[in-house]
Write a protein that binds this ligand. Structure first.
Ligand code: MN
Length: 206
């Protein structure tokens, strides 16, 4: 398994005006690339794990030697999360959830609006750097799950269906300190078809 930087599935300016081209370029080409480089550096000292998919590594952090565990958690998490993040957005995205996940959100949260409010609240109350996720557990239970830094919900048995990066590097150029405005605008680029695809993959019996 070679670890590679997935290309952005759209152009740098595809998410304008909500996320600016410069932010996308730096975020993908530099931040994501650096997480990947440093993850490969750390995991290559553990031959039995070096070739495994990053998801699997993050699901078994307790088996990674302590000397590199933090580096693997931080950079492996950053590598994995950004690979998920790009296809979770698209040009002309937004609107309401579609398909089975739409029904499930209504069933478990009461309405999309309730889920959205709670997701936004989690984005705003997360102190420092991190992510907020819509996750699903093995029993099919949905939850809003904040994670600090690059700690991954997958390390706690939760599968991310949708996530927003609330590190300042995700929005600072355009929004500066206005995280609330970024979070509000971000809904306009969410790729609900992709969230539905992820949900169906998770729910399909293996
Ligand atoms: Mn980021």
């Amino acid at each position: 398994m070679s670890h590679t930087l997935p290309p952005l599935p759209y152009s740098y300016d595809a998410l304008e005006p909500f996320i600016d081209a410069k932010t996308m370029e730096i975020h993908h080409d530099r931040h994501h690339q650096t997480y990947l480089t440093k993850f490969v550096e750390a995991i290559s000292s553990v031959p039995q794990w070096a070739e495994k998919p990053v998801e699997e590594v993050l699901m078994h952090l307790d088996q990674i030697p302590e000397s590199v565990r933090t580096a693997v958690k931080n950079h492996g998490g950053g590598y994995y999360h950004h690979s998920l993040f790009w296809p979770m957005m698209k040009k002309d995205g937004g609107g309401e959830p579609v398909g089975k996940i739409a029904k499930e959100i209504t069933k478990q949260f009461g309405s999309f609006q309730v889920m959205k409010d709670s997701f936004e609240q989690a984005c705003l109350s997360l102190f420092g750097s991190g992510w907020v996720w819509l996750t699903i557990n093995a029993e099919g239970k949905l939850a809003i799950t904040p994670s600090f830094n690059q700690d991954s919900p997958i390390s706690n048995g939760l599968i991310p269906l949708l996530g927003n990066d609330v590190w300042e590097h995700a929005y600072y150029l355009k929004y500066q300190n206005r995280r609330a405005e970024y979070v509000e605008n971000w809904w306009n680029v969410v790729n609900w078809e992709y969230v539905e695809e992820r949900y169906q993959t998770v729910m399909t019996p293996k």
